[in-house]
Design a binder for this molecule. Sequence first.
Ligand code: ADP
Ligand code: ZN
Length: 696
Amino acid sequence: MSETESLAVQNEYKYALCLVDIKVLGTRTFSYLIPDEMKGIIKIGQPVTVPFGNARGGGRKIKAYIVGFSNYLEAGIRAKKIDEILDTEPMFSLEYLKMLEWVANYYFSDLPTVLKTALPEKFFQKNLKNYRKPNKELKVLNTKKSSKQNTLSAEQQKVYDDIKKVGAKTSLLYGITGSGKTEIYFKLIEDTINEGKNVLFLAPEIALVSQLTARTIKRFGKSAVGIWHSSISEAEKYKVWQKLRNDEIKILFGARSSVFAPVKNLGLIIIDEENDPAYKQTMPAPRYSAIEVAKKLAELGADANGDGGAKIILGSATPDIKSYYEAKNSNSLFVLDKRYNNAELPKVKIVDMRMERGFGNNGIFSKYLVDEVKKTVGNGNQVILLINRRGFSSYTQCMSCSAVIECPKCAIPLIYHSATGSHRCHYCNYEIKNLTTCPECKEEGTLENFGTGTQRVEEIAGKIFSDFKIQRLDSDVLSKKNEHFEILEAFNNGEIDILIGTQMIAKGLDNPNVTLVGVINADLSFNLPDFRSSERGFSLLCQVAGRSGRGKDEGKVIFQTFNNSNIFLDKAREQDYESFFENEIEVREAFDYPPFAKIIRIILSSDNNFRAEKSAMEIAMRLKDWIEKMSLTERLIVMGPAPCVLEKIRGEYRFNLIVKNKLDEKGHNIILSFLRKVILPADIKMVVDVDPMDIL
Ligand code: ADP
Ligand code: ZN
């Protein structure tokens, strides 16, 4: 190992920085003296034992990892000696540590926090206990290799050939639902393994990870397959880590956090459903994007020219706007625009709920949807009803011209605040008081506030469809860990007629008996006060529509809307991503949203509303001044402070500052170095979210 050899030179150093994990202190680093006999052999990534705590007060030996070296100590500190090297073979390399350092810096975190996220907790236990029983989730590893193997269709073959010919560092595979992206992944996996290299395969959710793992084992067999995600026990992760270290795993499957698993000799990283927000960690720090980390990871094995290292395949039926834009502009976009075998997409009907109201139906179900649900269940088939309402969302719409009230400066919906009787923008704090006439059509008294949630839908459905078995599935229902899985199992076994839920039920569900999908309010996700709302809304509708008619029976989809002039509904009905993209990219450019600027979100919070706002205003003012002094106001745009959409969480009042950075790395460094110098009073908290998934 060349990197460990070069590290041996570090025998000059006096002190080693040791990472420990202690209940009362959390994950921290401390300096320890390197004893003479360890000089020349001690290396980054080695597990060691160090004395901790006061010897007279029962000092003890704890496990630590070497993460750095130095010759200096802070004044007033007396370093103790490292006790013992537990394993001569490091558990991670210097490159690996450098990648984690990049994560810590870029995402405004620190190395101990990132290491804590990356390493299994077992790493810090001095005496490893025996492994407990394997997880339920690992049952998938018992899947058998199938004797029947698919060959690529002509269209798939062409896309595969193109990907190989171009050989881009990062390729985007855009293929509509059911087009057979997985078959192309398989072919690329096969090539990578034949080259003697390994594969990391990411999916956004655990359920999807299991599905892909099963499919892959059917294809390649189970030897050399590993799984890594948050539901896998720490002991199991530790075991996988050891296997990775010994290069015993060829394909590692995982969700977001598996991007930190040290896959040796990495040749290919596949990121399926790459537009999924679950690839970004929002809570707690580090607030990293697994996709960006994967890009860093892919660079690790490369030489100075950028050759070598791993290749990345991003796959999606509704790509992230930024990924699509970048792929298009760098000749690395590959398209599958037909379903495999030319299978039909489900038929989508758009129902205008304002017409229903004209007929005197003020409920949340159209007559058409009620009839179709009854017919479907009557025929022995099953129904999915989607209501994508999270607790806080609401918006105001004119019932006459169907305009949604928007901020003139930010192009996002204004939110009604009953306390002040005003409509407010949660980006820039623009406010209109006592709005009673529609700003578009000028009619009086036509404005209505919207906000129906899953619980209300469940209650009403229970009355209308009293003979049917109804189950709700959203995050409020989930108290136990496996409940999600159990409800979906029951649904797949036909024990539930109608499944009602949030976006949670839109992904990955593969039940051939579902022939009707009803979207209660297709406008909801479009009207969230966020610049990504159109992208989210479009992709959610495409995804949920794809759940219908997967078996032999033809599928139907109903979008209920109060705004049938929303062009995105038609585009979602046709699954016309390209046309959606053309529209969306114009808006992004006009308002400096990604990919035309990068966003840094800063949240200031306190249990005292006034003090939170005051500190947010002070920071905003100082930041704006500083940017003005550098004459960068055109390239670094600071917006706010404004109250967050989620104004108060657990008793904390929150204020938003949004920075739009049009200067790439330079701008990023300017903003982060400013933020690092900010000193806050004890009652004020600051959270920095780099490249946030939303700014609610
Ligand atoms: P996607 O991931 O693009 O939504 P899948 O890879 O799941 O699509 O493919 C959709 C369906 O078509 C699956 O049931 C898959 O087995 C089948 N399929 C795709 N390509 C082939 C092929 N070349 N030969 C046989 N079946 C295929
Ligand atoms: Zn605004």
